[in-house]
Design a protein around this ligand. Structure first.
Ligand SMILES: Nc1ncnc2c1ncn2[C@@H]1O[C@H](COP(=O)(O)OP(=O)(O)OP(=O)(O)O)[C@@H](O)[C@H]1O
Ligand SMILES: CC(C)(CO)[C@@H](O)C(=O)[O-]
Ligand code: BAL
Length: 290
């Protein structure tokens, strides 16, 4: 059990459960922040928000193979455990859970019982990454059962993931509160993401275009432009800047259904490839009541 300052670090489920039981026995409230590591200020803002809501903050770092497609970046995904551990210790995280793949999938991934949130899992990022949200939903269920937190925190950058998790928690009656944390951005607007590390300096200079185009699309729709027309212009603007758009879509914020003329609470989501990276981002748009 390697320790860094006051941070307890555990790899095995039995040790995790023993520590959680001890905290529970003394009446402590537990918050949980699941991550895939390579921590940045976005992750740390989840940890800080978690601290305001509980006595102990548990963070997991697990690069979940079940949510990666066969040709995706599982092997290349940045693993920076030493730096992550230091940042978590400095931020006041109480326990870092770093399970191995065998700890999470002892029978192997193919034999793992899976959790699927129908509908929400198959659109937008789910359409381009088949099986991704089944992998996310399955591992989040397992991690919630392992940690048994009072509250779990997720970033709005991964908005579709957040809704998938909210839905599974509701449908499967998990006794946990799900808290959404706003997207933390670089000074030029780019949403912080571990995958930004894949960008060359030239690509990094282009990357904020994604957020700029999302904001411009929101402004146009706010000013009365038709949704389909604004979506098309957004896709064209991304391509003209040198990104390869996957989708740019205006949806109902509540459930990601296509936005209709009566809907007021909207979200504009986009994904685009840039070099080796697949960037995602979103902006909310609340139209005035009719
Ligand atoms: N910029 C950000 N602001 C707020 N939360 C974030 C940000 N980036 C990631 N998160 C949240 O941190 C949690 C862990 O995410 P993850 O470890 O996948 O980081 P990531 O930077 O999004 O990596 P990736 O590049 O794989 O998407 C998720 O709930 C995610 O939404
Ligand atoms: C929620 C999560 C930790 C599940 O592997 C992952 O999808 C992530 O980091 O957003
Ligand atoms: N941040 C979402 C995790 C993934 O893209 O696999």
């Amino acid at each position: 059990m390697p320790n860094s300052s006051l941070l307890i670090e555990v790899e095995h489920l039995a040790e995790l459960r023993a520590q959680i039981r001890a905290w529970r026995a003394s009446g402590e409230r537990i918050a949980f922040v699941p991550t895939m590591g390579n921590l940045h200020t976005g992750h740390l803002s989840l940890v800080r928000e978690a601290q305001t809501r509980a006595d102990r903050v548990v963070v997991s770092i697990f690069v979940n193979p079940l949510q990666f497609g066969p040709h995706e970046d599982l092997d290349a995904y940045p693993r920076t455990l030493d730096a992550d551990r230091r940042q978590l210790a400095a931020t006041g995280c109480a326990l870092l859970f770093t399970p191995s793949v065998d700890e999470i999938y002892p029978r192997g991934q193919d034999a793992q019982t899976r959790v699927e949130v129908p509908g929400l899992s198959d659109i937008l990022c789910g359409a381009s990454r088949p099986g991704h949200f089944v992998g996310v939903a399955t591992v989040v269920c397992k991690l919630l059962n392992m940690v048994q937190p009072d509250v779990a925190l997720f970033g709005e950058k991964d908005f579709q993931q957040l809704l998938v998790i909210r839905r599974l928690v509701e449908d499967l009656a998990f006794p946990v509160e799900i808290v959404a944390v706003p997207t933390v951005r670089e000074p030029d607007g780019l949403a912080m993401s571990s995958r930004n590390n894949y960008l060359t300096p030239e690509e990094r200079a282009l990357a904020p275009t994604l957020y700029q185009v999302l904001r411009a699309t929101a402004e146009k729709i706010g000013a009365g432009e038709a949704i389909a027309r604004a979506e098309q212009a957004g896709l064209e603007a991304l391509a003209a800047a040198g990104l390869r758009p996957d989708y740019l879509s205006v949806r109902r914020a509540e459930d990601l259904a296509p936005a209709g003329p009566e809907d007021r609470a909207l979200i504009i989501l986009a994904a685009a490839y840039l070099g080796r990276a697949r960037l995602i981002d979103n902006v909310r748009l609340n139209l005035d009541p009719r």
